[in-house]
Design a protein around this ligand. Structure first.
Ligand code: PRP
Ligand code: URA
Length: 237
């Protein structure tokens, strides 16, 4: 990340100023990147982006979009045979093979994780706290509540905003160190810059997003975006 300085040597608060960014069209067809075209997600995204949307409405929409993205991101999960008896006769059904983990990247990932839990109520929740330094845009880890034993078939790192990609890349690095067999990232809105960086750094994961936006502004915020996803969920303006 380029660091700019003002004429008197102070660090600039415009860390993306002058940094080249890929265009949207250049990252539309990256391998293992799934950009939703679901009309219900698109409809809810419009309400989410709208600056008039209140904090409770915003949080509710994040949860609803989280459930819809969970539905898309779990479509390729592995099943195993499960013999059961219906009220009429025995049969061999199928159930998910192995546990499912959800890692909300705090804070903004909490609403998305809640939506995932509506689809997979018995998922384990592995909290991971990362905070983006707004001057350098580097992600700083401040909380980590991951279990000692891993018995998952997949873990989903969830965070509404993929901006420069720093937080997502660090989260996947942390999860990779736990030896989980399969990892995915799920976000609501991505910028081309962060999407390309995440896909290039971790080409072995699946990435699911609700929308691909145009660019980052000089401060590293997604355009048109929705503003600050954490503040809008929790009312901390
Ligand atoms: C936001 C967002 C992502 C990160 C994205 O979180 O929820 O975690 O920024 O930016 P990046 O792709 O450039 O890393 P923030 O650090 O503001 O923390 P918060 O969730 O507590 O609001
Ligand atoms: N984090 C946010 O919440 N919004 C952005 O646009 C970028 C990072």
């Amino acid at each position: 990340m380029a660091e700019t300085t003002t004429h008197n040597g102070e660090r600039s608060s415009l860390p993306m100023q002058g940094v080249p960014q890929p265009r949207r069209g250049e990252v539309l067809n990256l391998p293992r990147v799934h950009i939703s075209s679901h009309p219900v997600i698109t409809d809810k995204l419009t309400a989410l982006r709208d600056k008039r949307t209140t904090v409770p409405e915003f949080y509710q929409l994040v949860k609803e979009i989280g459930a819809l993205l969970a539905y898309e991101a779990t479509a390729s999960l592995v099943l195993e045979s499960s013999p059961i008896e219906t009220p009429l006769e025995p049969m061999v059904g199928q159930k998910l093979a192995g546990g499912i983990g959800i890692t909300p990247i705090l804070r903004a990932g909490l609403g998305l994780a809640e939506g995932f839990r509506q689809v997979i109520p018995d998922a384990q929740i592995w909290h991971l706290g990362l905070r983006r330094d707004e001057e350098t845009l580097q992600a700083l880890e401040y909380y980590n509540r991951l279990p000692h034993t891993v018995d998952l078939q997949v873990c989903y790192a969830v965070d509404p905003m993929l901006a420069t990609g720093g937080s997502a890349i660090d989260a996947i690095n942390v999860l990779k160190r736990r030896g989980i067999p399969r990892l995915s990232y799920v976000g609501i809105i991505a910028a081309p810059f962060g999407l390309l960086k995440l896909a290039q750094t971790h080409p072995d994961i699946d990435i699911y997003i609700g929308a691909l936006d145009d660019s980052l502004n000089d401060r590293g915020y997604i355009l048109p975006g929705l503003g600050d996803a954490g503040d809008r969920q929790f009312g901390t303006f």
